[in-house]
Design a binder for this molecule. Structure first.
Ligand SMILES: N[C@@H](CCC(=O)N[C@@H](CS)C(=O)NCC(=O)O)C(=O)O
Length: 209
């Protein structure tokens, strides 16, 4: 086995990092990437991460030649071009735009959930803004309702970039917002999630602090 040629800036709690990790597992590429775990928040940046990645967010992937790829969408697209199995991001046609749009909805749910976490955990209590938190949670609710009512069949049709994104978003909600109680309103999504959570790629990447 050769040494990993790439390095992934990583945190075990980040749903965006998890997307990349799940894709690596699903495509048999985990050995190619060394994981470099860091402690990060918007107010405690990491100097090494900031090099070649001015936004200072994870995930970022350092390639063998020293160049850095970000964000999770770009990294997933890059890694999906590096294996010989079935692509997890359709290369062309309407399927590409459908699946990427579903993946974008998953990212939007993650963004709103991560923003909620920062507002409720990081920001000093006397500076918190309830209306802003409510607005972020409304984005999560609308996103989950749309998945349940409009997209469940296409979501369940294959475990690709769209399904990976939604599974990681739901995993993050359960991890950081255990009282959110989304399953009652979204029973089909809950059943789908219970099933995909059993995949080795999901089990191996379950979030932790
Ligand atoms: N659009 C980015 C979002 C990444 C993101 O928000 N990552 C969070 C961790 S979950 C982060 O790095 N936060 C630190 C910061 O915002 O400075 C992606 O898809 O990778």
């Amino acid at each position: 086995m050769s040494a990993p040629s790439m390095m992934l800036f990583h945190s075990p709690a980040s749903p965006f990092v998890r997307k990349v990790m799940v894709l690596l597992h699903e495509t048999g590429q985990t050995d190619r990437v060394a994981v470099h775990s860091i402690n990060l928040s918007p107010v405690s940046p990491d100097a090494e991460l900031n090099q070649g990645n001015p936004a200072g967010k994870i995930p970022a992937l350092r390639l063998e030649d020293g160049s850095v790829l970000h964000d999770s969408r770009v990294i997933c697209e890059y890694l999906d071009l590096q294996h010989v199995g079935n692509p997890l991001i359709p290369r062309e046609g309407s399927a590409r735009w459908r699946r990427l749009t579903l993946a974008s909805l998953a990212d939007a749910i993650m963004d709103a959930a991560v923003n909620t976490r920062y507002e409720t955990f990081l920001r000093p209590e006397d500076k918190r803004w309830d209306r802003w938190i409510d607005a972020q949670l409304d984005k999560v609710r609308r996103g989950l309702a749309s998945l349940e009512q409009e997209h469940i069949a296409e979501l369940a049709s294959t475990f690709d970039i769209a399904a990976i994104g939604v599974a990681c978003a739901l995993g993050y909600i359960d991890f950081r917002m255990p009282d959110f109680a989304w399953r009652e309103q979204q029973p089909k999504l809950a059943a789908w999630y219970a099933q995909v959570s059993q995949r080795p790629s999901m089990q191996a990447t379950a979030p932790s602090v």
